[in-house]
Ligand binder design. Structure first.
Ligand code: ADP
Ligand code: ZN
Length: 741
């Protein structure tokens, strides 16, 4: 229809003189905004959220500008279609718009895809409906009862109440209120929807801080008072009171009437944190993560934008919420790999938080017991303020850490726990305390093979082994989720009952623990247990002492407080060291410190035992000696020598296709297309360690540059000059990669 009329009447109908043209960024992987006509009487300032037609669809977009100017947009006046609707929600403010541009340009992602992260709650764009309420209008009912009396006493203040709110406050049943309504005692009024969470009170229950904590808090409070951009790194051992310290910065920001964003890894699991926040501030923060119900999600989005929500505790995507007046950002566990998104837009929320704070001119606080090497270097160089809390609060001792040399104290045949570990577990549970066994491997065994022909069970769609999950009777691919019933016969040679499970997963360790401690209450905790709710319940049960031995993956490492946990055993401390990742040592150090830090947080004497075949490894030595300083020095020197981040820069490009030849050919073509550049080298293409995922063949290029290199510019040219991608090809660009698989 549209087409026909434009052909008949030409540009006249499409673009009358009075129509304005605006650029609109649509949430799609397009290179930039598109132009649309803004028909009278619509008004749309930059940042306004609008609905526009796009091909046969209608999409949500944002009116775009660049640094205050109207953005250059692809204009084709014949195709210029009108904006259909301007939503009645606060526009994305200039800081947010510059932030989106910045993230897009840094991560080499289409700006529309970044904008989409800021528009994650489409149905929230219209205002929330008003809620019906009651107001006393002066009429007294004919017959008074004690219950009616109670309700009227409250309602006499002349304020508006919801029906259930008044009943609840007066302690009467709803029928009492309904009776009064019938008598014409109330008039109907419409109330704004109730806020999702109550306002936190900065002075609800302030804690008395210890000396060093107080000094640390004052530095942050001063930053908040002064305003402006600053970054501080709170580097303090587990249990030193880092949370208490940054709570004071939050309190100060709230006193100034501004909003706070707290980024946490695995927010879905941090019930204990939310409770603690409530104890301190009298109300919970709003949560933001992928498990929120759609309605709640929409409310959080809208009320963050209206300023009704004062504090959000969220996963990395909370960084894209449209805060009305953000005054402070906290990134807790700043070293955590979970802050890196590796999907569509590859970004590290920790790094982008720095950018957002700078654009908004506000303080940012990074927090960790084991900061990333990048943040350590920044604080050593004086770019970040370093706030150091070297000891646990109230003299709670750090756990006593020891290595178990597995060459000298090997487990019995078929087992994975050294006799030294087993003795320690026995002693702990005899004292009615808890032991945690940590192994970062889900399922029963990572590999199944046939003892007769040597066949290994591999995923048909990925280059990864199938992991046995004995509780479920399945073997599963952890890459793509492919699963089949655990077979009894080898598909290769047909032999029955000669399949063996190789290596341990948490389920297998649980089986071993059960054999040695048949009386103990044993709990396996890993992400395939089901939903967040279930996990939260399990974690609460552990905190209450309802398990003797907990066997868990890294889920148990994060932020939980288990008062009775006095033994932490690391089943395989070497597991992360062998994977060719430049951050392997750092990651292992962080994870092991964090897990062993779960022990003894309430003052009971506690132990950490690490099973290792490499007791001399610097990571193992750093952990048991407690000499983090030495570890960082060595690690930093290593990075500097190899020009690895933050002394050099990396960009990884994965080219994938549904057949191997295409993937390899395009990866080579990309390399060919690279412009000459001093100080930038390309490694590869090489087949990726995970050469096949979900039926897609993957080749990897790693671009390594000096610190000052224009990596983005270099890669942009490569991508532009390479031959056009063919249908099945996909290119993923990962600036500052964390994963090398
Ligand atoms: P971190 O964040 O460094 O791991 P936390 O802030 O969680 O440390 O503190 C560890 C424990 O000590 C918590 O249970 C906390 O409530 C308690 N704690 C720390 N500082 C204080 C303080 N000043 N007053 C009361 N309790 C404190
Ligand atoms: Zn698979």
């Amino acid at each position: 229809m549209k087409r026909e009329s434009s052909d008949l009447f030409g540009p006249l109908v499409q673009k009358p003189a009075a129509q304005k043209t605006v650029s609109v960024l649509v949430p799609l992987p397009t290179p930039g905004p598109y132009s649309y006509a803004l028909p009278e009487p619509l008004r749309a300032e930059p940042g306004a959220v609008v609905q526009v037609p796009l091909g046969p669809r209608k999409v949500i977009g944002v009116v775009w500008d660049e640094d205050g100017k109207n953005a250059d947009a692809v204009i084709d006046s014949r195709k210029l279609r009108p904006i259909e609707q301007v939503f009645d929600c606060p526009p994305l403010d200039p800081t947010m718009r510059r932030f989106i541009d910045w993230v897009a340009s840094y991560t080499l992602s289409p700006p529309g895809l970044v904008a989409r992260m800021a528009l994650r709650a489409p149905a929230a764009l219209d205002p929330e409906p008003m809620v019906e309420g009651l107001r006393f209008c002066g009429h007294v009912p004919e017959r008074m009862t004690p219950a009616r009396q109670k309700a009227l006493e409250l309602a006499r203040d002349g304020l508006s109440w919801t029906r259930s709110g008044l009943a609840h406050a007066a302690g009467v049943s709803l029928s009492v209120i309904d009776g009064l309504v019938k008598q014409g005692v109330f008039e109907t009024v419409f109330l704004p929807p109730p806020p999702l969470v109550a306002a936190p009170d900065p002075d609800y229950t302030p804690h008395r801080l210890a000396g060093v904590q107080q000094e640390a808090a004052e530095i942050l409070i001063e930053d908040v008072r002064q305003g402006g951009f600053s970054v501080s790194l709170i580097d303090g051992v587990t249990g030193s009171g880092k949370t208490e310290v940054y709570f004071e910065a939050i309190a100060e920001t709230l006193r100034q009437g501004r909003q706070v964003l707290i980024l946490l890894p695995e927010i879905a699991l941090t019930t204990a944190f939310l409770q603690r926040f409530e104890d301190r501030f009298g109300a919970r923060p709003a949560e933001w993560h992928s498990d929120l119900a759609t309605r709640t999600r929409e409310k959080v989005w809208r009320q963050t934008g209206s300023g009704d929500i004062r504090v959000v505790a969220g996963a990395r995507s909370a960084l894209f919420l449209p805060f009305a007046d953000l005054g402070l950002i906290i990134v807790d566990e700043e070293h955590d790999p979970a802050f890196k998104q590796e999907d569509r837009v590859f970004y590290n929320a920790r790094d982008m938080a720095v950018v957002r704070a700078r654009l908004a001119s506000i303080p940012l606080v990074l927090v960790s017991a084991t900061p990333s090497v990048e943040s350590q270097v920044n604080s050593l160089a004086g770019r970040y303020k370093r706030i150091h809390l070297p000891t646990r609060f109230a003299d709670a001792a750090m756990p006593d850490l020891h290595l178990i040399d597995m060459r000298r104290h090997p487990p019995e045949r078929g087992g994975f726990l050294s006799p030294v570990m087993l003795r320690a577990i026995g002693k702990t549970i005899a004292q009615k305390q808890q032991a945690l066994l940590f192994l970062n491997r889900r399922g029963y065994a990572p590999l199944t093979l046939c003892r007769v022909c040597g066949h290994r069970f591999q995923c048909p769609h990925c280059s990864s082994w199938l992991v046995e999950h004995r509780f479920r009777g399945q073997i599963q691919c952890h890459q793509c989720g492919y699963a089949e019933t655990t077979p009894h016969a080898c598909p290769e040679c047909g032999t029955l009952d000669h399949l063996v499970a190789c290596g341990p997963g948490v389920e297998r360790i649980a089986e071993e623990a059960e054999k040695h401690f048949p009386e103990a209450r044993i709990l396996v905790l890993s992400s395939d247990l089901g939903g967040v709710k279930r996990l939260r319940l399990e974690l609460e049960a552990i905190a209450k002492g309802e398990a003797d031995i907990v066997i868990g993956t890294q889920l148990v490492a994060k932020g939980h407080n288990f008062p009775l946990m006095t033994l932490v055993g690391i089943v395989d401390a070497d597991i992360g060291l062998a994977n060719g990742d430049p951050r392997a040592a750092e990651r292992t150090f962080q994870l092991l410190s964090q897990v062993t830090g779960r022990a003894g947080r309430t003052g009971l004497k506690s132990h950490g035992l690490l099973q290792t075949y490499q007791p001399q490894h610097p990571v193992m030595q750093a952990i048991v000696s407690g000499d983090a300083e030495a570890f960082y020095q060595r690690e930093i020197a290593e990075r500097e020598r190899a020009l690895l981040p933050p002394y050099g820069r990396l960009v990884s490009i994965i080219v994938s296709a549904d057949n191997r030849a295409d993937a390899e050919a395009h990866a080579r073509a990309l390399r060919q297309a690279a412009p000459p550049a001093k100080g930038i080298a390309i490694l590869g293409p090489a087949e990726a360690p995970l050469a096949l995922i979900r039926g897609r063949y993957r080749f990897r290029l790693l671009i390594h540059g000096a610190k000052s290199s224009d990596m983005q510019g270099f890669v942009r040219v490569m991508l532009e000059q390479a031959p056009k991608e063919r249908r099945s090809l996909q290119i993923q660009v990962d600036v500052d990669p964390q994963s090398f698989l």
